[in-house]
Design a protein around this ligand. Structure first.
Ligand SMILES: [Zn+2]
Length: 268
C-alpha cells in the first residue's frame, strides 16, 4: 500500500467470468469507485487463495494493482460471505436478482455511496431468517431513487394535478402515475403511434398506491412491519417490474429464475 500503483477498496462481488484457463474477470460494486472490473489471477485454480473471496454475493476487502487495461486483484479478504443467505435457495435467488439489478443499472465508474450502502444493507436484511419479499420491493424502489428514476407517485405526470383516492394508472414510459382522465387519453394515443415500444399504463388501486408511497419514503425497519395482502403485493410487484423492464428494455435472467422458483415453492 502507499504507492500510487496499488490501492485498497472494499466491494461486493456482482459477477465473475472466466478469462483464459485459470483467471477470472470480476465485477465489483465499490463505495468509492462505483462499478469496477478487475482480474483475479489464478482464481480458477483449485485451492486458490483469491477464489472464494471473489465469488458473487461476497463482501470483500481487496488490494488492487493498476493494470494497463484492467486492474489486478492482488490480495483479498472476505468481510461477509452471506453464508446464511447462500444456504437457502430462495434467498440466494433474491440475492442474485439484487446483484443483477445493480449490474444492469450501472456503468463502470461513477461513485454512488448511497447505492452501495443500500446494497450492503439489503444483503444483510436478506440474511435474516425471517426476511420476506418486501425486501425486494424496498430495494427496487430505493435503487430507482438513487439512480434518478424515482417514480412519481404523488401527482399526475401529465397534467400535474394531485391524485385522488381512486384507481390511477402507472405509465412505465413516463415513470409515474397518470390520473384517470390523462390515462384514457394516453390509451387512445397508443392505438395510433408506436404500439410496440411503449407499455400501456397499468391500473393501480388505492391500497397499492398507499404501500408504494410508504415504502418509497420510509426506512426498511418500518417497511418490513407493514402487512400487505397478497393481491396488493402482486400489484406493487407488477408496477415496479414493468417500470424496471421499460427502463432496461429487457427482462432480467435472475428474475425469470426467481419466478420459477416461487411457483415451485408454492406448489404442494
Ligand atoms: Zn392527469
Amino acid at each position: 500500500m502507499g504507492t500510487s500503483r496499488n490501492y485498497q477498496t472494499q466491494g461486493i462481488i456482482l459477477k465473475q467470468t472466466k478469462l483464459g484457463e485459470s483467471d477470472k474477470i470480476v465485477t465489483i460494486y465499490t463505495p468509492e469507485f462505483g462499478k469496477l472490473k478487475a482480474v483475479a489471477k489464478g482464481a480458477c485454480r483449485p485451492g486458490s487463495k483469491l477464489g472464494g473471496n471473489v465469488e458473487p454475493l461476497t463482501y470483500s476487502l481487496m488490494l488492487l494493482a493498476k493494470g494497463r487495461n484492467l486492474d489486478i486483484i492482488t490480495q483479498s479478504q472476505t468481510m461477509n460471505g452471506f453464508l446464511a443467505l447462500k444456504s437457502d435457495l430462495w434467498r440466494m435467488a433474491c440475492g442474485l436478482y439484487i446483484l443483477e439489478l445493480i449490474d444492469s443499472f450501472t456503468v463502470e465508474g461513477g461513485e454512488n455511496r448511497p447505492l452501495f450502502d443500500l446494497l450492503l444493507d439489503i444483503l444483510d436484511q436478506l440474511s435474516e431468517p425471517d426476511s420476506k419479499e418486501t425486501v425486494l420491493r424496498y430495494f427496487e424502489l430505493h435503487l430507482l431513487h438513487h439512480l434518478g428514476y424515482r417514480p412519481q407517485l404523488r401527482r399526475c405526470v401529465n397534467c400535474d394535478s394531485s391524485l385522488k383516492p381512486v384507481v390511477n394508472f402507472f405509465s412505465p414510459s413516463k415513470g409515474g402515475l397518470l390520473c384517470p382522465h390523462c390515462s384514457s387519453e394516453e390509451n387512445h394515443s397508443y392505438d395510433q403511434i408506436e404500439p410496440i415500444s411503449l407499455t400501456p399504463p397499468l391500473p393501480v388501486s388505492v391500497g397499492a398506491l398507499k404501500v408504494l408511497r410508504l415504502w418509497q419514503s420510509c426506512d426498511y425497519a418500518t417497511a418490513r412491519r407493514v402487512k400487505v395482502r397478497p393481491e396488493l403485493a402482486r400489484e406493487v410487484e407488477q408496477v415496479l417490474q414493468q417500470y424496471i423492464s421499460c427502463i432496461l428494455q429487457r427482462e432480467l435472467k435472475s428474475l425469470t429464475w426467481l419466478k420459477e422458483l416461487r411457483k415451485e415453492i408454492a406448489a404442494p
